[in-house]
Design a protein around this ligand. Sequence first.
Ligand code: PLP
Length: 391
Amino acid sequence: MKLSHRITHLTEGGSDGWEVFIRARRMIAEGHAVTELTIGEHDIRTDQSILSAMESSARSGHTGYAMVPGTDLLRDTVAARVQMRTGVATTRNNVIITPGGQAALFAAHTALCDPGDIALYLDPYYATYPGTIRGVGAVAKRIETRAGDLFQPRASDIDGAAGGAVSLLINSPNNPTGVVYSAETLSAIAEVCQRRDLWLISDEVYDTQVWEGEHLSPRALPGMAERTLVVGSMSKSHAMTGSRCGWIVAPEGVIDHLINLATHTTYGVPGFIQDAANYALSVGQPLEDKIAAPFRRRRALAIEVLAAQQVVTLIPAQGAMYLMLDIRATGLSGDVFANALLDTHAIAVMPGESFGAAAAGHIRVAMTIDDEKFVTSLQTLCEFAAQLAEG
Ligand code: PLP
């Protein structure tokens, strides 16, 4: 029986970039001790206070179908948070709650792209981006950013790719590079979007993890609120990856259609999860800071470790829970380096190539293990790179 082209070509039949991660997991299953610096999962679990809010909501009966667009309470809280952080007038009618940021990315592209439409995204990219775009039947068009520009996108590159495109997907703070887009970068992107009449999808799931500079939402730029869909999530900001709770903030007319889409796909997000998210957001900054603190600390430790050697170069880690390391001085690709590091030292990192050709010769290190082990793993990685560079 035939399956759809859309589903069979989601990853274009090629690698989806997770081979090293899968190999590491297989080694662990076979009883080997492997240090995993691969996926964006906190080494702490969801805070007990959030779980208490979840439990009391479920026990008090919020276990039936919840409102499809999200509870009024959570939509209001998200709207107020966005308005407070960006200054852009935002109400619950600008918000739909989704089962995580990933579902939000899929819904956003579904809302904007017809089959065959061109949807732009920037390389390096979060691994699911091209598949998400292909999943809605659109044509995923990659725009390379450059290591030499520290992965800040160039408006001229976006402009050059914009012919016939309907949307542009950006992500700041960025996974995998850790780069936070500057005010100049975002203004230039906004200018291209307006001149080329592009929708902008702004993935801001790491907006609470900014170590240098500040997070700016392009929705706040003049003329952008009416053409921007912001993707948010509780996953990274509140260590609620498994709860599957995110949102889209967009013009009301877009939200109306997204609600219709949700009615015919997800049918919303469990009420007790939304109540837990509402509680977590209501605690505000102190909880967000507590969850971001280990990454801030480890980033500082990494800067010290990397300063003590010359082979591995750190792309300025301005935000998010990852480090992007340039290992080109070893003469190896990111892929070969990551596999060799796993084989010789049982340390698993992600090859840059998993996130696109623009990150070739780099590796991504997730700062998701305890400080001491993180430092020794990074030292081992650097010594390994030095031996390769010498050899
Ligand atoms: N966007 C980016 C850039 C991510 O790194 C992730 C997860 O790692 C997501 C979106 C999806 O997160 P979630 O679906 O857990 O909200």
